[in-house]
Each structure stands twice: as structure tokens, then as C-alpha cells.
Ligand binder design. Structure first.
Ligand code: GAL
Length: 352
């Protein structure tokens, strides 16, 4: 017999907040009916996005929609996906989580606005016995370990930094003359950083540069600044740096593709043979086009579809009361690999 994720003994057997106060008789009937099988064929998932205004996050959200339709087809199950836009406000997101729980959602997918708010959300979910899958914005380990039904689906930020740095190192080794425009044997770079405090900003910044220096290349940082994952902000920062350093910039590292595209926007009036080498992360559709056009040297594929698939598979397994098909690292984590993308292997990613 299929089991629901919520066990009889858990507080989740309580009706959602809005419906508390049901007559005792009804509550007794619910208990007698046994909690041993699914309540019905309807799975309700609440998805809280830090903002819908983020290219990569909107691709994850879109993939979730597709996967829901796929998971429904032919099974007789009804899956409802509620999606809420946190608009970069943690208090807005808290209200959205409260509403999902009050509506009786069976599973929550949470893309935190503020990573330090994880504990509060974890405690709310545990109190209602509702499994919680964080994604993309990684809480600290202690918050994930607060309850056995808290999970994180994402990709290893350090790996993306290393792959990005390796792209630059390979370019240096393949054609040092072109890259080292000043001819001083040192790689002069600027760094466009994502949101401060985000694991991907911190670790991509650190490990991209480390991969280059570990490869034996000396580097000089001309400037670094946050552009908050944002194309327009990155264009503004790059325009300033171009005024300040001109052709002294040999490489532009961007923590994501939107910012790399912003750097490209700022270079629109500069003849192409005077451009620095630019690298991003995500492999979004416009970034792949920029790789095809030779504007972006390379990027690192952030597997949004794989992440959405892993979240759906985990949610379904929890709902069915089955063991998830994929092995959970330390009982809580699912990691999707990153992959480097250049013109050489671009076709593979365009097909996706
Ligand atoms: C990163 C991604 C960025 C941005 C950020 C939001 O993984 O590379 O483009 O979407 O997540 O948290």
C-alpha cells in the first residue's frame, strides 16, 4: 500500500492552520482511516523563488512546470505546483511559506532569499511535518541537519569556479600571445561578482582565480565588484572599468552569464579584436548564442533541468513513501555536476 510522507504520529496529521478546529469526530475519523496510504491522488507542491526576475532561476521554474506535466501524464495523479515570487524580500517569502503550509502543501521547494533564514523555514516545515527541499541557495549544514526531511538540491559552487578558471588557463596555454596583451607574462583581470554572501559568488570568485594560479600563471586583479547577478549592473561596472583600465583588462571573469552578457553590452563600441576574454557560468540560452558568435569565450553549464528533475523525483518518492532512486549524500544532499562549455562542445548544449 502506498504511504503518505506524513506519519500519523507527526504533527502533520493536524489539518492545516486555516482548517483547524474541525469537529473532533472528523479528526477521529481521519485518524481511524489510518494515515497509511496517500490522502488522495493529489500532490500539492509549494515553490518559493527568491525572485522570478533571475534568468537561471526562471529556467529552473520552467523546467519544474514541464516535469509536473510529465509526472502527471498517464498516472492518474493530480500534481499542483504553486509558485511564489519572493521579489528579493525574505519577509515576503516567509509569508508565502506560511500560506503554502496553511494550504496543506505536501512538499515545499524553497529557493531562499537570504540563506541565513533557512532555520526558521525548516522549523515551520518540521512543525507541520512537511518535507522541505531547498535549492540553488545553500543553507549552512547545521540548518539542513535540523530535521531528517530537509534536503538540498544544487551544484558544487567550487567546481564551477574551477571549471571557469580552467577555461582561462587553457586559453592562456593555447594562445598566450593574444591573451597577454601587455606582454608582461601576467594575466590582468577584473571580476564581476554575484550577490554578496551567496555561496556561488564566494566560491566561484575564489576558485576561478585559484585554477589559473595553480596552473602556474601569475595574475593581477585590477578590480572586483558585485553586480548582483544582473546584466545592467554588470554593463555599468564594466563601462567604468573600461574607462579606467582600457585595454589593460585581459580577462573578465563573471560569476554568471547574465553579468558576462552585461560586460559584452559594455564592449559594444569596442572593435572585437580589442576585447578581453570573457567567461561566465550557467550556459543560459543567450549565453550559448554569445559563445556561438565568439563574443563569450566560454561558460560553465549549471544544470537547471537536472536540478528540477532531482527535486521532482525526490518530492514524488517522499510522497509515495518510497526510497528516493538517487543516493542522498549525507542523507540530505543531491549534487548535480557542472560542465565547461566552449565553441568545441557547444552543439551538445544547444540541442538541450
Ligand atoms: C546561481 C546562478 C546565478 C543566479 C543565482 C541565484 O547558481 O549561477 O545566475 O541564478 O544562482 O541564486
Amino acid at each position: 500500500m502506498r504511504r503518505r510522507i506524513k506519519s500519523c504520529c507527526s504533527p502533520s496529521c493536524r489539518p492545516p492552520a486555516g482548517r483547524r478546529g474541525l469537529p473532533v469526530l472528523l479528526a477521529a475519523l481521519v485518524l481511524l482511516s489510518g494515515c497509511g496510504g496517500r490522502k488522495d491522488d493529489s500532490l500539492r507542491i509549494g515553490t518559493a523563488l527568491y525572485t522570478q526576475d533571475d534568468t537561471f532561476i526562471s529556467t529552473v521554474a520552467q523546467n519544474l512546470e514541464w516535469m509536473v506535466r510529465e509526472a502527471e501524464s498517464g498516472t492518474g495523479n493530480k500534481i499542483t505546483l504553486f509558485t511564489a515570487d519572493g521579489k528579493s524580500s525574505q519577509s515576503t517569502q516567509m509569508d508565502q511559506v506560511d500560506r503554502f503550509l496553511a494550504r496543506g502543501c505536501d512538499v515545499l521547494f524553497v529557493n531562499l532569499v537570504d540563506r541565513t533564514a533557512a532555520a526558521v523555514i525548516a522549523d515551520k516545515a518540521e512543525a507541520e511535518g512537511v518535507p522541505l527541499i531547498f535549492f540553488n541557495r545553500q543553507p549552512v549544514a547545521e540548518d539542513i541537519q535540523r530535521w531528517e526531511r530537509i534536503y538540498y538540491v544544487g551544484a558544487d559552487a567550487r567546481e564551477s569556479g574551477e571549471l571557469q578558471g580552467k577555461l582561462v588557463l587553457d586559453a592562456w596555454r593555447a594562445d598566450r600571445e593574444t591573451l597577454d596583451r601587455s606582454g608582461d607574462g601576467i594575466l590582468q583581470y577584473v571580476m564581476l561578482e554575484g550577490e554578496p554572501g551567496h555561496q556561488d559568488s564566494l566560491l566561484r570568485t575564489e576558485y576561478a582565480v585559484k585554477a589559473v594560479t595553480d596552473g602556474g600563471v601569475e595574475v593581477e586583479k585590477l578590480a572586483n565588484e558585485t553586480a548582483n547577478w544582473n546584466r545592467a549592473q554588470a554593463a555599468a561596472r564594466t563601462a567604468q572599468w573600461l574607462e579606467e583600465f582600457g585595454e589593460g583588462i585581459e580577462v573578465i571573469f563573471a560569476n554568471n552569464d547574465d553579468m558576462a552578457l552585461g560586460a559584452i553590452d559594455a564592449l559594444a563600441d569596442t572593435p572585437r579584436d580589442r576585447w578581453p576574454l570573457i567567461v561566465g557560468v550557467d550556459a543560459t540560452a543567450p549565453a550559448l548564442e554569445a559563445v556561438a558568435a565568439g563574443q563569450l569565450y566560454g561558460t560553465v553549464h549549471n544544470d537547471g533541468r537536472g536540478q528540477a528533475q532531482a527535486m521532482m523525483d525526490l518530492a514524488l518518492a517522499l510522497w509515495e513513501g518510497e526510497e528516493p532512486a538517487v543516493e542522498l549524500v549525507e542523507g540530505h544532499y543531491i549534487w548535480l555536476p557542472y560542465r565547461a562549455v566552449t565553441r568545441e562542445n557547444l552543439e551538445e548544449f544547444l540541442e538541450q
